[in-house]
Design a protein around this ligand. Structure first.
Ligand SMILES: *Cc1c(COP(=O)(O)O)cnc(C)c1O
Length: 381
């Protein structure tokens, strides 16, 4: 099955009790048994829920994995992956990492004896500097936030292929429409399904897809044992959102291309960061590793000041000033004062995250309206 068919059909079947085409919201906490231990595969809703089962089977197919395990948020999905490790184990992660992922490793798991190393993975060989007998997990994010750097998944997997190291890719920014980490050798693909998978800014959820049955089984154990499960209503909304993933991504990528074209020529705009630009250092890798270049764009202003950036951020009407990404509506954000405010300015500048850097999550509106909106905000600066 091809991707556009899978989003609609994989894992979902007409409901056996009524023939309902859409998987019902099984809003129940428990299931009647005919005799003790004699049931239809469903005992208690933390352990199994049919709406969640359909969603998990769908997501496993989208990421070409064996099984998918859903969690109450992207962070609880990552938490489950961390719980596969033991005290004394070490994690190597991208240094340009989602803030919550950095926080989970350093503020929660380091208290339980895990050790995190945060390094520049845009050069895969950098892994070797921190790799040792205690390394159990490599955590990759690509494209990264907000600098949209590319990390070579296949090259990193090759470097650790003969070791007992799990490679997990946070695939949130790409979505399975653009990139399938398991096909490139990763063991796990993780998503904040809150973003592109859900796509309508109305659900918080996470998922981990495993390439291997044994790892999947351990994650299933943790899903039930720890209990951070998503509710059936949210699973229904996620299944519904995913049905248009391919159409939304296609349109969002097209819009992003038009906006990058506009920004690149604008006299007030400084650098534009987008993997689709031939001048982007990860462009060739993006062509190999992704099917298109995504809908996240960062840019800064020629006149690099916090104040000027704030004027642009307050000046758009269609682009809403908000955290998050991946919804049908376009969002605008200011990493230096929002998502990355906790990083010291000198460190931010080292990676190119200037005071005026602006991040766009391009939605699926009409590109002309989005460009006009950005244009008038830039004109007023
Ligand atoms: C949002 C996000 C997360 C966290 O997911 P939640 O659903 O908010 O818990 C993790 N990684 C990336 C890249 C994200 O954008």
């Amino acid at each position: 099955m091809k991707f556009g068919t899978k989003v609609i059909h994989a894992g979902v079947h007409p409901d056996p009790s009524t023939g309902a085409v859409m998987t019902p919201i099984y809003q129940t906490s428990t299931y009647a048994q005919e005799a003790p231990g004699q049931h239809q595969g469903y005992e208690y809703a933390r352990t199994q829920n049919p709406t969640r089962t359909a969603l998990q089977n769908n997501l496993a197919a989208l990421e070409n994995g064996k099984r998918a395990i859903c969690f109450a948020s992207g962070m609880s999905a990552m938490d489950a992956v961390c719980r596969l490790l033991n005290a004394g184990d070490e994690v190597i992660a991208t240094n340009d990492l989602y803030g919550g992922s950095y926080r989970l490793i350093t503020k929660v798991y380091e208290r339980f004896g895990l050790k995190g190393h945060f390094i520049d993975l845009t050069r895969p060989e950098n892994v070797l500097e921190k790799l040792n007998d205690r390394t159990r997990l490599i955590w990759i994010e690509t494209p990264t936030n907000p600098m949209l750097k590319l990390v070579d998944i296949e090259a990193i997997c090759r470097l650790v292929a003969d070791r007992e190291v799990l490679v997990c890719v946070d695939n949130t920014f790409a979505s399975p429409y653009l990139q399938n980490p398991l096909d490139l050798g990763a063991d796990l693909a993780m998503h904040s399904a809150t973003k592109y998978l859900g796509g309508h800014s109305d659900v918080v959820m996470g998922v981990v897809v495993a390439a291997d049955d044994a790892v999947a089984e351990s994650l299933y154990f943790l899903q039930n044992a720890v209990g951070a499960v998503p509710g059936p209503q949210d699973c229904f909304l996620m299944l519904r959102g995913i049905k248009t993933l391919h159409l939304r991504m296609q349109r969002a990528c097209e819009n992003a291309r038009s906006i990058v074209d506009f920004l690149s020529k604008h006299p007030k705009v400084g650098k534009v960061y987008y993997p689709g630009l031939p001048t982007h250092p990860g462009h060739e890798l993006a062509r190999r590793q992704m099917r298109d270049f995504g809908a996240m764009i960062s840019f800064d202003l020629v006149d690099d000041s916090m104040e000027k950036a704030r004027q642009v951020l307050s000046g758009t009407e269609l682009f809403l000033l908000a955290e998050s990404l991946g919804g049908v509506e376009s969002l605008i954000g200011h990493p230096a004062s929002m998502t990355h405010a906790s990083i010291p300015r000198a460190d931010r500048l080292k990676v190119g995250l200037t005071d005026s850097l602006i991040r766009l999550s391009v939605g699926i509106e009409d590109a002309d309206d989005l460009i006009a909106d950005l244009g008038s905000a830039l004109d007023r600066v």
